[in-house]
Design a protein around this ligand. Structure first.
Ligand code: 13P
Ligand code: ZN
Length: 281
């Protein structure tokens, strides 16, 4: 068998991998919702070695990329990530060019590319925020797997007009749709506006991830985390829906609302604990 044939056989096997399919589907969906214009947004998904090796040769690294921030806690871990400068619109058409499977090396100082990121592409420029967030979320939730960053339109719009205080922002979002408190009783974290793509914004985001599953980057977008793609996507979808309602209401007079008492009743009925300090009863 020629190497071209072998490569094409390997390629067909790879894109059938469930984790590649999930990444392709969710990026397409997010692009179609208008959240991920151009190359906006990025995703990283922690994978099990056993799952990866069903589809990818884990003994053959294609190249190594040094990290500017060490992540010793993630040594030996496997991820599928979106590539930097890659358009979510294009992932479904050519996963191998726009996504990459990588393994963090044993010292946590570089990543080995095992599949994808064809033609010298590199992982997302927000890898620091992703990796540092994975480290913090894994400490509080061993089932954690996914970090997803997107430029959700109404969330961004809301950060221009709403107070950026975490408790106030959380409360407003809870008030926008009855289901919000049930979906994110732990509330929403916010970092100040910062230059993206840096280790500094990575550290600030991960610091918030100790307490929150969701962190908003004002005038930029949102970071959400979770154990499964459906639930993680559902979380951002719910927050974006609440932000949309907030923006639709705008400055018009509100004639009836979900009061703090109603929110407390809801929390009791669904057995969730609302973040301390949000409700005033
Ligand atoms: P990347 O293309 O490097 O992932 O950057 C997109 C982005 O949203 C930056 O915040
Ligand atoms: Zn972004």
């Amino acid at each position: 068998m020629t190497s071209a044939v072998m490569n094409s056989k390997r390629y067909i096997g790879n894109i059938e991998a469930p984790f590649i399919q999930e990444m392709s589907e969710v990026t397409h969906l997010m692009w179609s919702l208008g959240w991920d214009e151009l190359n906006g947004g990025n995703i990283s998904y922690l994978l099990d070695e056993a799952e990866v090796k069903k589809y990818i040769n884990i003994h053959e690294s294609l190249r190594t990329i040094d990290l500017t921030f060490p992540v010793t806690e993630l040594a030996g871990k496997y991820f599928i990530v979106t590539g930097s400068g890659k358009y979510f619109r294009n992932v479904i058409k050519d996963p191998e060019a726009n996504l990459g499977v990588l393994r963090v090396n044993e010292h946590g100082k570089s990543v080995e590319i095992l599949w994808g990121l064809r033609e010298g592409a590199v992982p997302t420029s927000e890898l620091a925020s992703h990796f540092m967030s994975h480290i913090e979320r894994l400490k509080v939730d061993p089932t954690h797997r996914i970090v997803l960053h997107t430029h959700a339109t109404n969330v961004i719009a809301m950060t221009f007009t709403h107070d950026l205080d975490e408790l106030k922002l959380t409360k407003t979002l809870w008030e926008m749709c009855t289901e919000c408190l049930v979906v994110f009783p732990d509330g929403i974290g916010v970092v100040p506006w910062m230059v993206p793509g840096s280790s500094e914004i990575g550290r600030a985001t991960a610091d918030k991830m100790k307490e929150f599953r969701v962190v908003i980057w004002p005038q930029h977008g949102i970071f959400v985390t979770g154990p499964m793609m459906d639930a993680t996507f559902g979380l951002v979808e719910t927050i974006e829906k609440a932000a949309t309602i907030y923006n639709l209401i705008g400055v018009r007079e509100v004639k009836q609302s979900i009061t703090d008492q109603k929110l407390a009743d809801l929390a009791a009925a669904f057995r969730v604990s609302p973040k301390e300090g949000v409700l005033e009863l």
